[in-house]
Design a protein around this ligand. Sequence first.
Ligand code: AHG
Ligand code: MN
Ligand code: MN
Length: 335
Amino acid sequence: MSPKISLSRYLVEQQRSKGHIPSQLRLLLEVVARACKSISHAVNKGSLGGVLGSAESANIQGEIQKKLDIIANEVLIEANEWGGHLAAMASEEMESIHLVPNRYPQGEYLLLFDPLDGSSNIDVNVSIGTIFSVLKKPDESDAISEKDFLQAGKHQVAAGYCVYGPQTTLVLTVGDGVAMFTLDREQGSFVLTDEHVKVPEDTQEFAINMSNMRHWDSPVKKYVDECLQGKEGPRGKDFNMRWIASMVADVHRILTRGGVFMYPWDKREPNKAGKLRLMYEANPMSWLIEQAGGASTNGRERILDIQPQQLHERVSVILGSKNEVARVTRYHLEK
Ligand code: AHG
Ligand code: MN
Ligand code: MN
């Protein structure tokens, strides 16, 4: 039997033989994984741990926070503050950036996260997750400010998510493809269970919240209409639909068996570019998908090329199997 490869060993090998990650980044990823383990334990306890339900506060996006949104945020901050690998953090749940306190050494990296993705699924025992993105602090920056975070997604040095589902799975890229690690609860460690993940180029499955159909823009309507016509329509094949309402779980399915995920701009809030957040949802997921051979655009341009203007900026997202993303993007550009 070949030996099990732990996340730690994978990271050491990435550092040693492949030169992908400096030791500070390796430490950072170990710490994020440890925090995810702790969030996974809290999620697992559910009602027994008193972690379900609303916290009766709102975040910067105006969304009511769940208790677990706040717990997960605190776990990630607590875990990452003292190790000396970070300069600052930013989170969906915090209006402004969180600097590493002066009493700790300051590192070279910036960490962004969506501590708990899929909040509407927490109380109904459906898969949720944590999404994270790592950037390097600009060389010339001593006093870190929000401006230092505003780097296009193509500059990420690591990105990933952890999905808390029937299994807890950590999915990671450091720019050398996508690797998946399953949490072995008895051993307390993440074990490599999939490497060189590939998203099939074609698919017969799409993911979108259909209840927003009447608000969509015409290219999205056209694409979904054609899928719904099935074998008899222009696509000449039947399509299946899935919508979990946790981006982590939908992206995890797409990384595993293909598909296209869309949360496009719509007319409900015409002044917002979309619902999902560019820097800690769309960017890390887009890099993972691209690293697995898929594609990701906002309907017009590659998400990883977008220069962010704000920390909590929103974006329209179309990602997954390459040929489908190309088709939806073409419909937008033809309009
Ligand atoms: P979050 O829970 O971090 O606010 O993110 C939820 C996001 C995303 O995970 C999901 O795809 C989408 O919101 C679901 O939105 P709808 O409820 O509009 O379908
Ligand atoms: Mn989210
Ligand atoms: Mn969230």
